[in-house]
Structures are given as structure tokens and as C-alpha cells.
Write a protein that binds this ligand. Structure first.
Ligand SMILES: [Zn+2]
Ligand SMILES: [Zn+2]
Length: 237
């Protein structure tokens, strides 16, 4: 039966027994495919938690993970650390680096960053997968079903191989001290006077003395997508 006190018991068990393969399988459930950077995120998350002596993160910002990229790596980090976009324990710095800092509330932290030399040698280590990746994912060229399947298979194989390599070859690990942001504040909602949807107070604007949501106000707002954080212009501005 489901244990309501700890839905992450299975994942924490895999972490305690250092079952990286099991954790990567779990990360695949979230991520949708197996790829090397997902596996590297799994490893980085494990290295950081272990170095901090943390086994349970609870998803209540007791521990936060600060990622510097929104590539596949981040999903491995989310699965292992339990710090997610939705529970506010995942903090995103739009720096474009494959790195994560995991921190306890007292600021004790470990930063795990992918070594540049390791990343640069990736293509030559997996030439066939690299060529298919360039063709299908980077250039979005037409590919046969067989090529697609081959990429997924080679990618999956290489992802599990990422779990085997000595960590010194792959990552720089640094113990550090950081300023942990305060717990996520809980904001009241107000009703948009135009669309009638509720909106977080801090995101509402005022028009003719009444609250209005940013969408209805066609206000500029931040957008996080595959390109990172940018400002999205309002609809009619
Ligand atoms: Zn991926
Ligand atoms: Zn509205």
C-alpha cells in the first residue's frame, strides 16, 4: 500500500543502496527517454546529496537544488534530489552550464559541474550516436524510423555507461557555502476583472481600479522555454 508519509521511499531506497541504474530508470519515467545528460544529472544529484549527508529531501525546500541549465541533466537532478519545479526546491539560474549546486538550509552546499574536457570528448566517444544526434535533433533533418530507433538505442546504452565512469573523470565537485533563498512565500489570489480567472496577487495589475491579470493586460512577462529565460511581450503591445 502507498505510504502517504513518504511517496519517495522507493527512490530513496535506490539512493541508499547506490543503485544508479534503478535511479536512471526512474528518471526515464519523468524524462521520456534515456540520454547521457539525464544520466549525468542522476549522478550529479547523487554525488551532491551524498556529500551533504542528506537522504531525504521531502520536497519542502529543506534542501534546494540550484541548476544552471534546463537541458536533460536537470531532470536527472529533479528525480534524484526531489527538488522540483513545482515544489519550489528547484532554483533555476539561467547560466547555460551543466552544473548543479545542492544546498541545505544552513547554506552548506556542494556544486557538481560537468568537466569541459569530458563534455568536449563526447562526440568522439560516441561517433555514431553523435552523427545521428546532429542529424535528427540538432538539424531536425528527415530521418528514417530505423535511424530514430538506432539513436534511441545508442543514446540509452550510452546513458547507462555514464553511470560506470569514475566520477573524477566526469565532474568537478566543490564544497561551498551559499546564501539559500527564503522559503517560497504564499501569496493570496485576486480575481481578474476581465477573464474571471484567479491570479497570484503579485502578478496582478490594476486597471480602472480593478485587478487584471497580465494576460488580459497584455503585460510583458518572463518566459522559460528551451532557449532559457526571456521576456515575452504582451499580446497586443
Ligand atoms: Zn534527454
Ligand atoms: Zn485575465
Amino acid at each position: 500500500m502507498m505510504d502517504f508519509r513518504n511517496p519517495r521511499e522507493e527512490i530513496e531506497g535506490l539512493f541508499r543502496t547506490e543503485d544508479l541504474e534503478g535511479l536512471l530508470m526512474k528518471a526515464g519515467e519523468l524524462h521520456g527517454h534515456f540520454c547521457p545528460y539525464l544520466a549525468l544529472g542522476v549522478r550529479a544529484g547523487c554525488i551532491a546529496l551524498k556529500a551533504l549527508g542528506v537522504e531525504r529531501t521531502t520536497g519542502m525546500e529543506k534542501v534546494v537544488a540550484i541548476v544552471e541549465t534546463n537541458n536533460c541533466f536537470s531532470d536527472g537532478v529533479q528525480m534524484v534530489t526531489g527538488c522540483t519545479f513545482g515544489n519550489n526546491a528547484l532554483i533555476y539560474r539561467d547560466l547555460g552550464k551543466t552544473a548543479v549546486t545542492v544546498a541545505k538550509r544552513d547554506g552548506t552546499a556542494v556544486r557538481v559541474a560537468l568537466k569541459a574536457e569530458y563534455a568536449d570528448a563526447f562526440g568522439s566517444r560516441y561517433p555514431e550516436a553523435h552523427a545521428l544526434f546532429e542529424k535528427i535533433v540538432v538539424n531536425r533533418e528527415e530521418a528514417t524510423r530505423a535511424e530514430h530507433e538506432k539513436l534511441m538505442r545508442l543514446w540509452a546504452e550510452s546513458s547507462f555507461e555514464q553511470l560506470e565512469l569514475p566520477k573524477e573523470e566526469v565532474f568537478n565537485v566543490e564544497h561551498t557555502k551559499i546564501e539559500v533563498p527564503p522559503f517560497a512565500p504564499m501569496f493570496a489570489s485576486v480575481r481578474c476583472s476581465v477573464c474571471g480567472e484567479n491570479v497570484m496577487e503579485t502578478r496582478a495589475r490594476v486597471k480602472d481600479g480593478k485587478p487584471i491579470c497580465m494576460e488580459c493586460a497584455a503585460a510583458e512577462h518572463y518566459l522559460l522555454d528551451g532557449a532559457g529565460i526571456s521576456i515575452e511581450k504582451g499580446a497586443s503591445s
